[in-house]
Design a protein around this ligand. Structure first.
Ligand code: ATP
Ligand code: FE2
Length: 327
């Protein structure tokens, strides 16, 4: 079966083609800017401008004709409404034109399932650290339960806002990682862990004040931010592993590309005899291959297509709202 997946939850517009066993192509364009952040109407413009080129590239790389596609999948939830609508519209148009089944999937769960498929982890706790989302997720009783999460903003959005205050542009995560390597003085920062949850809002306010004083170097600030927030994420992940009695940790989301976060997770896992699984960066960040794969899993189980008029978007649907019937 040839599956075409469409990702469009935020800054990335992607199209991928997969078959039952392999990822044949995984194309994307990502909105970026040297100043400011992500303004929805500008991102939408960017995505719409790129739809046809991304589609053609994905088909060409996969060596597949549009007429050979058997299933269309799109990211239905969660995400920014403006951008979700672009993906849903493209998906509906293709499904009508090709007269093929259509499936909408949850983006967060897709991050988890592509990780399971690529790394071979069976029943992990997942640390899902992306721009908008920060969740510690594990499977229990037919659902992906959220054992811990951010109480305010996602860790990537926090890094991007901190980066904006430093004038680093968007996305700031990779730049902060590079600067952190040159820092060595650990500045005392608010460490916000409440039970299984974390928070970044207070830390952001604290940092904005610190930046204004000019007392610290950018490198030391980046270093200290990484050490602090990654320790928070590792702490709640470890607690979820202990609570669920699982022995595997899977990373997902753009922030999980960070080598220091990976290193800290590896140390924690080693110390408690658990195993760490990290997919390649291409599948940690937003990608359409995971959307196609998730759609295939769900379609193989239900054999059901969405009705075109019902194929809308659900910007606020949560990971734990979805009944997992494909496991
Ligand atoms: P989601 O919709 O799943 O919340 P997203 O749309 O924010 O995801 P991702 O590609 O998963 O997209 O993650 C993007 C985020 O990852 C950005 O906030 C970016 O700054 C951050 N990021 C990317 N690379 C790194 C890195 N090396 N270190 C830290 N953060 C990073
Ligand atoms: Fe994502």
């Amino acid at each position: 079966m040839i599956v075409l997946g469409i990702e469009s939850t935020a800054h990335t517009f992607g199209i991928a083609v997969i078959d039952d066993k392999r990822i044949l192509s995984n194309e994307r364009v990502t909105y970026s800017t040297t100043t400011g952040g992500m303004i929805p109407y500008k991102v939408v413009e960017h995505h719409i401008k790129n739809v046809d080129t991304v589609l053609l590239k994905a088909l060409q790389k996969a060596n597949v004709k549009l007429s050979n596609v058997d299933l269309i999948v799109y990211s239905e939830s969660p995400g920014i409404g403006h951008m979700l609508r672009v993906g849903a519209m493209v998906a509906r148009s293709l499904a009508i034109q090709l007269n093929k089944p259509l499936v909408g999937v949850n983006h967060c769960i897709a991050h988890l399932e592509i990780g399971r498929m690529l790394t071979g982890t069976k029943d992990p706790v997942m640390l899902y650290a992306s721009g908008a989302n920060t969740q510690v997720i594990a499977y229990q009783g037919q659902k992906y339960r959220v054992f811990g999460e951010t109480l305010d903003i996602g860790v990537g959005n926090f890094l991007d806002s901190f980066g904006r205050a430093l004038g680093l542009g968007f996305p700031a995560g990779p730049k902060i990682e590079a600067l952190a390597k040159k820092g060595n003085n650990l500045i005392d920062l608010p460490y916000i862990v409440k039970g299984m949850d974390v928070g970044f809002g207070g830390l952001l306010t604290n940092l904005k004040t610190k930046i204004k004083t000019g007392k610290h170097t950018t490198e030391d600030l980046c270093f200290s931010v990484q050490e602090t927030i990654f320790a928070m994420l590792v702490e709640v992940s470890e607690r979820a592993i202990a609570h669920t009695d699982k022995a595997e940790l899977l990373l997902g989301g753009g922030v999980a590309c960070n080598k220091r976060l990976q290193e800290m997770c590896r140390i924690m896992c080693k110390e408690r005899g658990a195993k760490l699984f990290v997919p390649a960066n291409e599948f940690l960040i937003d990608n359409a291959a995971m959307i196609a794969w998730q759609g295939l899993l769900e379609y193989n189980t239900s054999k059901k297509s969405m009705k075109i008029e019902k194929a809308s978007i659900k910007p606020y649907l949560r990971t734990d709202d979805i009944t997992v019937n494909w496991r």
